[in-house]
Design a protein around this ligand. Structure first.
Ligand SMILES: NC(=O)c1ccc[n+]([C@@H]2O[C@H](COP(=O)([O-])OP(=O)(O)OC[C@H]3O[C@@H](n4cnc5c(N)ncnc54)[C@H](OP(=O)(O)O)[C@@H]3O)[C@@H](O)[C@H]2O)c1
Length: 344
């Protein structure tokens, strides 16, 4: 059965591939097609990892439609360069730049304090930053780098910004996950690879599963307050994300991608990169689409609702991301690790 993640822990009814919601868009839909005819004037977006790749393209597309975008990056220089590139194509872009290192809890706390001092509200928080398949390493606070950056950093940032999100208009939280969630479930007993042998892809997979479980728990907790949360697989896009990949890791990625496509009945099974404009389309869709209002907590891919058991390279997902008990336990563990109870 195809199951779509719904709000408040309930599953939405099965959705067939021909559902009208899924019909208009596909894997080559671009940000411009998503935003065609949409005026975002007055909407306030915060985008992490805005200095590169999908975050930079999301910023450009949103700004081109009138949005006010706070671009967050750990490198002010890269952020300035990315903002300059956005302004080249959108001269009247309404941008603000902020510095935050998601691998450092003190940096996140300092940014959140600054943000709350200067702003009352956020309409959309797009948790887009990420690291992939890096060598074994630790964040400033001693967490394994991928779990620490991709999940825990965004967990704390989101929690600290929730008061502003609750003050937003029709607010949303968009968390970038990945088809790589299908590589591994989270390990709540050894989240930092203290006893498990480190594997760069396994760690990335865990962190991207954590992004979805976090989304589900956000949907459960904040849905009743009017906040929508979505998890997104953007597709495969050539960006700086691949900076740590050597030949062996690339071969592993290609073999896994082919195997999971075949397992899901996608016989062609070939890997096709998207343009960055098509890659950022799903997260921009998640951030803006009115047709998603009844799908709080959903996993999205190729600008469509997720489908259990379908190819994760498209909009398919693996069943363990539906584990609400694990989502709750991940939340509790995350609070313990960041040393802060999030009051929501
Ligand atoms: N590209 C794909 O094929 C693909 C597929 C599935 C999922 N995704 C997801 O999409 C998201 C965006 O990836 P992308 O392809 O656009 O990659 P990217 O071009 O490498 O951009 C990642 C962004 O995250 C930032 N970042 C990394 N570590 C950070 C930290 N500690 N603190 C703050 N910012 C940090 C990077 O800053 P620096 O430039 O300073 O490192 C950069 O701005 C990621 O979450 C990724 O997992 C991408």
């Amino acid at each position: 059965m195809n199951v779509v993640i719904g709000s408040d822990g309930m599953f939405c009814p099965p959705i067939e591939l021909k559902d009208p919601l899924m019909a208009p868009y596909g894997n080559d839909t671009t940000t411009e097609e998503i935003l065609d005819g949409i005026d975002l004037t007055g909407r306030r977006f915060v985008v992490t990892g805005a200095s590169s790749g999908l975050g930079a393209e999301s910023t450009r597309a949103l700004a081109a439609h009138g949005a006010f975008v706070t671009m967050l990056a750990r490198s002010p220089e890269k952020n300035e360069a990315a903002a300059a590139a956005v302004r080249e194509s959108v001269p009247d872009a309404r941008l603000e730049l902020g510095t935050v290192d998601l691998a450092d809890l003190s940096s996140i706390r300092a940014f959140a304090d600054r943000y709350r001092r200067d702003h009352d509200a956020i309409d959309v928080l797009m948790n887009n930053a990420g690291v992939m398949a890096c060598p074994f390493g630790h964040t400033a606070d001693g967490f394994e780098m991928q779990f620490g950056t991709n999940h825990l950093g965004h967990f704390l940032l989101t929690g600290l910004l929730v008061p502003a999100i609750l003050a937003g208009t029709e607010p949303r939280i968009v968390n970038l996950s990945s088809a790589a969630h299908s590589i591994s479930d989270v390990d709540l007993d050894d989240p930092n690879f203290e006893t498990t042998e480190y594997d760069p892809w396994g760690s990335y997979g865990r962190s991207k599963t954590a992004n979805v479980l976090f989304t589900r728990e956000l949907a459960r907790r904040l849905g009743p307050e009017g906040v929508l949360s979505f998890a997104v697989h953007p597709g495969g896009i050539m960006t700086n994300l691949g900076r740590h990949l050597d030949e062996e890791l690339i071969n592993q990625m290609m073999e896994r991608s082919k195997a999971r496509a075949e397992a899901a009945g996608n016989a062609a099974g070939e890997f096709r990169f998207k343009s960055v404009e098509a890659g950022a389309a799903s997260q921009v869709w998640a951030a803006t689409a009115p047709e998603l209002v009844d799908h709080n907590g959903a996993y999205l891919g190729d600008c469509q609702l997720g489908v259990e058991g379908a190819d994760p390279g498209g909009n398919g997902f693996v069943s363990y991301i539906l584990d609400d008990d694990k989502a709750r336990r991940l939340w509790t563990l995350s609070e313990q690790l960041v040393g802060q109870t999030l009051d929501l």
